[in-house]
Ligand binder design. Structure first.
Ligand code: NAP
Length: 285
């Protein structure tokens, strides 16, 4: 039986510590951290993610502004909003909830955010910093995954980490972070041949595919640490589920995360950490 790592509990204790730290900020620096979130449209997933972010800001004591715009907003208007947030010295972090409507060029919008306010870590400069091992903002989900592994004091060095997925927001950055911690990393994707023979070698298996019940027991080595990043809707139960078939994989793993309550809460927690990082940079400038 695996130990189920609760990202929810981990995030809760980290947010309590952050809230303590934030309490001292106003006196020390004259103001509180401020996160601005832009929500375009009313996609239920996006609305719920933004709610989670607002709640977390409240818990840690940040100022939070959510700018809600209809999905008919033009790219120019959105870029103007970002421009004014970039120029506002009282805003530390800017987050544009993705996905954006098709008529808006998402990459153009993301890259318009000042790199020192890019709390998602998606700006080219922050991505480059990660790959060049320079200081910068690390994107939240990969950072949260590493914090989950650290929470169990898992000795990453020398271990074989297999990451399923090569997206810019999860698969690639988490692979780089694991590599930087001296894991031997294999990145798998949709064209990988005989995936199960590779995943069975994993000491650490990170599933970031976006397909419900994709990782089955026969794909997992006994004693592996299994991190489930996927957020999917089970069409039969209409409930959220991950990429890992939890019931059958859990008995084989040594540690495992669950969906919901695993990587998701740690992603939001790391967003709060990144906002503090940007804030401290701004107030100390
Ligand atoms: P994505 O951009 O769609 O990438 C999915 C990756 O999975 C791609 O690299 C794809 O390979 C690979 N893949 C698809 N089918 C495969 C197959 N049959 N065999 C092997 N690999 C396969 O998704 P993402 O943005 O990385 O997100 C992945 C999942 O994590 C989603 O469920 C998303 O909702 C979730 N997520 C959760 C959080 C959180 O905070 N919990 C944050 C971000 C994302 P190709 O590159 O070859 O297409």
């Amino acid at each position: 039986m695996a130990v189920v790592i609760s990202g929810k509990e981990l995030a809760k204790s980290k947010k309590i510590r952050m809230a303590e730290e934030v309490k001292g900020f106003e006196q020390a620096y004259g103001r509180l951290p401020h996160l601005a979130v832009i929500l375009v449209g009313e996609d239920p997933g996006s609305v719920s993610y933004v709610k989670g972010k607002e709640k977390a800001c409240e818990e840690v004591g940040f100022i939070n502004t959510t700018i809600r715009k209809p999905d008919t907003i033009s790219e120019e208007e959105l870029l103007n909003i970002i421009d004014s947030l970039n120029k506002d010295n009282l805003v530390d972090g800017i987050l544009v909830q993705l996905p954006l409507p098709k008529h808006i060029h998402s990459e153009k919008v993301i890259q318009a955010i000042r790199k020192d306010k890019d709390v998602d870590g998606f700006h080219f400069a922050n991505v480059a910093s990660l790959y060049l091992k320079q200081p910068g903002i690390v994107s939240c989900t990969p950072k949260g995954i590493l914090e989950i592994l650290d929470s169990i004091s898992y000795p990453i060095e020398g271990k074989h980490a297999v990451v399923i997925g090569r997206s810019n927001i999860v698969g690639m950055p988490v692979s780089k972070l694991l590599l930087d911690r001296n894991a031997t990393v294999t990145i798998c994707h949709s064209r990988t041949k005989d995936l199960a023979s590779i995943t069975r070698q994993a000491d650490i298996l990170v599933a970031a595919v976006g397909r419900a019940n994709f990782v089955t027991a026969d794909m997992v080595k006994d004693g592996a640490v299994v991190i489930d990043v996927g957020v999917n809707r089970n069409l039969e139960t209409n409930k959220l589920c991950g990429d890992v078939k939890f019931a059958e994989v859990e008995p084989k793993a040594s540690y495992i995360t669950k969906v919901p309550g695993g990587v998701g809460p740690m992603t939001i927690c790391c967003l709060m950490e990144n906002t503090i990082e940007c804030y401290l940079k701004h107030v100390k400038e």
